[in-house]
Design a protein around this ligand. Structure first.
Ligand SMILES: Cc1cc2nc3c(=O)[nH]c(=O)nc-3n(C[C@H](O)[C@H](O)[C@H](O)COP(=O)(O)O)c2cc1C
Length: 318
């Protein structure tokens, strides 16, 4: 099996996993307007996938061929379930499996999953081993933070680097910090130095507060990471991964056209099976930063169906 991580040109860019944001619809939109080098799914619960709720949970694993290479991100706390899930995912056409060890959501943390795994390294290790066993040769990576309550880069990242991972994404904040402080990029730089000593073949992806393609290039150079992951930056600028389009080049027409494409794809893909409010969360990302954008956005927020929104954006001729 080919390991796509090894063929990426450095520094590469990655679209961050974001729940209720980076589903197949949004990933297709990002692929169309500003393709990153790697995509991640939203995080998917191993408990959910192995339960009667499989059908609903597995919509998070839906994808099309434009969103490639694509990594399935999974979370949980039970190594056997990671094994079973990895076995299942390895037959679905993904390019890799990523384990979430950074989520600060209290419902996830209180189960001992996500960021809480930072406090249980032995369990984290068992989960990595079980996932690799089920993955059948697919690359396995981890996305984490630099500590739980306080910064513990050397201890925690050093430990993860002993697990022979293909890639490690480091969001430069502790779990406790959530998104409240600026990401500690100096700690990400320190993690790169640890990597050079402990596991030179593990790729390091830096994450946190990167808002432009130019900044991604600068940070990759300054901190020595192999790749840069961008999350909230795509809300600000859908074209963030496109080196040819600067923020000031984005016209209102480009934004409106992209939103129309998104709404049509949302309707075609999910129909009534996804709450319209999830789509509405994107309106601010597209409709902002130009004269009249606030008024237009207010009108769009009052709509109740995709068809109503489309009629405002491109009214049907009588
Ligand atoms: C709405 C939202 C949902 C997120 N969902 C996930 C997730 O499912 N899995 C994950 O590892 N991180 C998740 N994150 C964290 C992001 O992947 C990323 O680490 C974080 O936003 C910092 O990067 P940024 O400053 O570029 O946004 C989420 C973040 C946001 C804002």
């Amino acid at each position: 099996m080919t390991n796509f991580w090894k063929s990426l040109k450095k520094p590469f860019t990655v679209l961050a996993p974001m729940e209720d944001v980076t589903d197949t619809v949004f990933r297709q939109i990002v692929a169309k307007y500003s393709k990153p080098d790697v995509f991640f799914t939203e995080f998917v619960s191993v408990d959910g996938l192995l339960s009667e709720g499989f059908e609903k949970v597995s919509t998070r694993l839906q994808f099309s061929k434009t969103e490639k290479p694509l990594i399935a991100q999974i979370w949980g706390n039970n190594p056997e379930k990671f094994y079973q899930t990895a076995l299942m995912i390895s037959k679905m056409g993904f390019d890799g499996i990523d384990i979430n060890m950074g989520c600060p959501d209290k419902n996830v943390v209180k189960k001992g999953s996500g960021g809480a795994l930072i406090l249980t390294p032995n369990l984290a290790k068992e989960i990595v081993i079980a996932t690799k066993k089920g993955a059948g040769g697919l690359p396995v990576s981890v996305k984490t933070r630099i500590g739980m309550r306080s910064i513990a880069t050397e201890e925690w990242i050093g430990f993860l680097l002993s697990l022979d991972l293909d890639a490690l994404t480091i969001h430069g904040r502790t779990v406790k910090e959530k998104s409240k402080v600026l990401a500690h990029w100096d700690e990400i730089g320190a993690a790169v130095k640890l990597r050079d000593k402990i596991s030179p073949k593990t790729l390091i992806i830096g994450n946190g507060d990167v808002m432009s393609y130019k900044q991604a290039q600068e940070y990759a150079k300054k901190y020595g990471v192999d790749g840069i992951m961008i999350g909230r930056g795509v809300f600000n600028n859908l074209w963030v991964f496109n080196p040819k389009i600067r923020e000031e080049d984005i016209s209102p027409e480009m934004r409106i056209e992209a939103l129309i494409t998104h709404i049509n794809l949302f309707e075609k893909t999910w129909g009534i099976n996804k709450n319209y409010d999830i789509l509405k969360k994107f309106f601010k990302a597209y409709i902002s930063g130009f004269d009249g954008s606030k008024t237009l956005r207010t009108k769009l927020m009052d709509t109740k169906t995709p068809a109503e929104a489309l009629n405002i954006l491109s009214p049907k001729k009588p």
